[in-house]
Ligand binder design. Structure first.
Ligand code: ROI
Length: 160
């Protein structure tokens, strides 16, 4: 299955956190990393009194089920010391299951495609960097979302 993971961090050395998460994705069972976007810097969506975020998207090929993959992502977040704080507040590491093949999933634990996907520049632009031709189940072509998504201060960083 073709899967895209959104990665974000804005505390405790965000670039290091994103790198560490990408390393952890590399050693998941039955999974290969296919591509990663550049890293991007973005102003916080949510409370403004928190640091800018570092964001990236990684593409995986996996045989893991969506819910098992979610368990794995949450385990990586735990390993990297994620603690639940205020709503939409700062975070050491956040791993979101953005897309799982062409599946639509909406249960108590997991919503795929990720509900915010089209409104979040820090997701849409890195996704398009990997593959501009993606189509998002229920939402249409990524390029059309991109056209309607202001950058909101999103900056692509020079080195990965
Ligand atoms: N804002 C930005 N810029 N990047 C994120 O990854 C991010 N993640 C979040 C919230 C708190 C919504 N804001 C964010 O979970």
């Amino acid at each position: 299955m073709r899967v895209f993971i959104g990665i974000g961090s804005n505390v405790d050395n965000p670039e290091g956190q994103v790198n560490a998460a990408q390393q952890a994705l590399r050693i998941l069972p039955k999974t290969h990393v296919i591509a990663s976007s550049s890293m991007y810097k973005s102003p916080p969506m949510g409370p403004q009194d928190q640091p800018d975020y570092i964001n990236a998207v990684t593409e995986l090929e996996t045989l893991l089920t969506p819910h098992y993959l979610l368990d794995c992502l949450q385990q990586i977040e735990q390993q990297q010391g994620r603690v639940r704080g205020r709503h939409w507040g700062e975070r050491t590491i956040d791993l979101d299951l953005l897309l799982y093949d062409d599946e639509l999933i909406a249960d108590a634990r997991l919503k795929v495609p990720h509900p915010g996907i089209g409104e979040r520049a820090f997701v849409v632009y890195p996704l398009a960097e990997i593959d501009a031709d993606i189509s998002i189940p229920g939402k249409g072509l990524l390029i059309n979302l991109l056209a309607d998504c202001p950058r909101n201060g999103l900056e692509r960083l020079e080195s990965k």
